[in-house]
Design a protein around this ligand. Structure first.
Ligand SMILES: *Cc1c(COP(=O)(O)O)cnc(C)c1O
Length: 387
C-alpha cells in the first residue's frame, strides 16, 4: 500500500555498521532500522543463536513454558534493579498497549471501581506508536489525522516542566506515561532532575510512573535504560526496538507492587516472547555484556558529541543545536531535514529525519570511535555542500 514514501534503495544485506544495497553500494548505517539493529547487522553470535534456535524450536505459544523466555525475563528484571516481573509482546506499540491496560487496572484498584480513575497524562510532542492506544497517547496531527474518535482519557503536559505535570494529575489520573528520551519527536531527553520530581509526585498521588524506553532503552543512551542516569525507578517500563537486534520482540517490566494487576486471562499474545524471539534478544544481551557495549557507548559518545557540537558551530546557519545522550542524537536544522538525509545517503551515511526538521543519528552500539568520526566527516561534507 502507499503509506511509506518512495524508498531510497533496495536493501539486501548488512555487515556490522554497514547496510548494503543491490547496486554494490554500502552505507554507514546510523539509522539502524530506527534504533533496532542494536548490535549491528548479522553479528556472528546473534546469527549463530538465532540459527541454532530455528533448528530446535521456533514457536510453541505461551501455553507452554519457554526456558529462553524465562532466562530473558530474569535478565531484564536484573537490569531493572532485581525486582518486578516481565511480560513479552512483539513491538513497541504493543508494549505500550500493555502499559495502558496496566494503568487501567491500577486505576480501577485505586478508585475501587471501573470508569472513575482511568486517565493517563503523557507529554506534548510524544510518540508512543500507531495502534489506537499508542496514537491516543501521541498528540500529533500527522499521526492521529483521519482516525478519530481515539481512545478516551489522555491528557498532555509539558516535558521537563514539573508544574505542568502537577497541574495535570487530578484524582481521576491512573498513570503518567512518557518517553525517557523523546525519539520521533526530535530527541528531547527528560532531564534527571525532572524525572526525580516526577517520581516523587507520582508516588505521592498514587499514580503509576510508566516510561516508554522503546527507542531509548537497551543501551542506546549509555545506560541500559535511559532513566538510570536520574537514579529513579519507574513503576513500569516499555521496551522493543533494540531488544531483539532485528527480530521483532517487545516487553514490559512492572515493579513488584503492580505485578499482580495482570491475572491469568487479563492479557495475552500468541507470538510474544516465543523461543525464536527470546533467543534473538538473549543474543543481543550476551553481546552487550561480552563486548562491554554500554561502557563503550558512554566513552565513545563524549568525543562524538563534542565533534557534532563543533560541526554545529561551523555551520550555525544550518545546524541549531545537538541534543541527546549516548548513541541517540538529534541535530535540529535550519535547512530541510529530508534534503540532508538524502545528501548524507548519497555520500554513504544513513540518518533518519525526526520531529520538526531534525535528523536523528542512531548508530548500532558496536559503532567504534572511527565509525563515529566518519559520520561527522560525511555530515561536514553535506553541510559544506549546502552552504
Ligand atoms: C518506535 C516507537 C514506538 C512504536 O514501536 P513499534 O515497534 O513501531 O510499534 C513506541 N514508542 C516509542 C518511543 C518509539 O520510538
Amino acid at each position: 500500500m502507499h503509506n511509506y514514501a518512495a524508498p531510497a534503495f533496495n536493501a539486501v544485506s548488512g555487515k556490522g555498521v554497514y547496510l548494503h544495497d543491490d547496486s554494490g553500494n554500502r552505507y554507514l548505517d546510523f539509522g539502524s532500522g530506527i534504533a533496532v539493529t542494536s548490535v549491528g547487522h548479522s553479528h556472528p553470535h546473534w546469527v549463530q543463536e538465532v540459527q541454532a534456535q530455528t533448528e530446535k524450536l521456533s514457536h510453541c505459544s505461551n501455553l507452554y513454558a519457554i526456558p529462553s523466555q524465562h532466562k530473558l525475563a530474569d535478565r531484564l528484571v536484573e537490569k531493572a534493579g532485581g525486582s518486578g516481573k516481565v511480560l513479552f509482546c512483539n513491538s513497541g506499540a504493543e508494549s505500550n498497549e500493555a502499559l495502558i491496560k496496566l494503568a487501567r487496572l491500577h486505576g480501577r484498584n485505586k478508585a475501587g471501581k471501573e470508569n472513575e480513575c482511568f486517565k493517563i497524562v503523557c507529554a506534548h510532542n510524544a510518540f508512543h506508536g500507531r495502534t489506537f492506544g499508542g496514537m491516543s497517547a501521541t498528540p500529533q496531527m500527522k499521526v492521529q489525522d483521519g482516525f478519530q474518535p481515539l481512545l478516551d482519557g489522555f491528557s498532555f503536559a509539558t516535558l521537563n516542566s514539573i508544574e505542568s505535570f502537577d497541574e495535570s494529575i487530578d484524582k481521576d489520573v491512573a498513570a503518567v506515561f512518557i518517553e525517557s528520551i523523546q525519539g520521533e519527536g526530535g530527541i528531547f531527553p527528560a532531564e534527571d532532575s525532572f524525572l526525580k520530581e516526577l517520581r516523587a509526585l507520582c508516588t505521592e498521588r498514587e499514580v503509576l510512573l510508566m516510561l516508554d524506553e522503546v527507542q531509548s532503552g537497551i543501551g542506546r543512551s549509555g545506560h541500559f535504560f535511559a532513566f538510570e542516569s536520574s537514579g529513579i525507578l519507574p513503576d513500569a517500563i516499555g521496551m522493543a526496538k533494540g531488544l531483539g537486534g532485528g527480530f521483532p520482540i517487545g516487553a514490559i517490566w512492572t515493579a513488584d507492587p503492580y505485578v499482580e494487576l495482570f491475572q491469568p486471562g487479563s492479557h495475552g499474545t500468541t507470538f510474544g516472547g516465543n523461543p525464536l524471539a527470546s533467543s534473538a534478544a538473549n543474543a543481543v544481551l550476551d553481546i552487550i555484556e561480552n563486548e562491554n557495549l554500554i561502557e563503550k557507548v558512554t566513552r565513545f559518545s563524549k568525543k562524538w558529541h563534542d565533534s557534532l557540537k563543533a560541526l554545529a558551530e561551523k555551520y550555525p546557519q544550518l545546524i541549531t543545536g545537538v541534543r541527546g545522550r549516548g548513541y541517540m542524537v538529534g541535530l535540529p536544522l535550519n535547512t530541510d531535514a529530508i534534503k540532508v538525509t538524502f545528501l548524507a545517503k548519497e555520500k554513504g551515511l544513513l540518518v533518519v529525519p525526526a520531529g520538526k526538521n531534525t535528523i536523528r543519528l542512531l548508530p548500532a552500539l558496536i559503532a567504534t570511535q572511527e565509525d563515529l568520526d566518519k559520520s561527522v566527516q560525511i555530515l561536514d561534507a553535506v553541510f559544506s555542500e549546502i552552504s
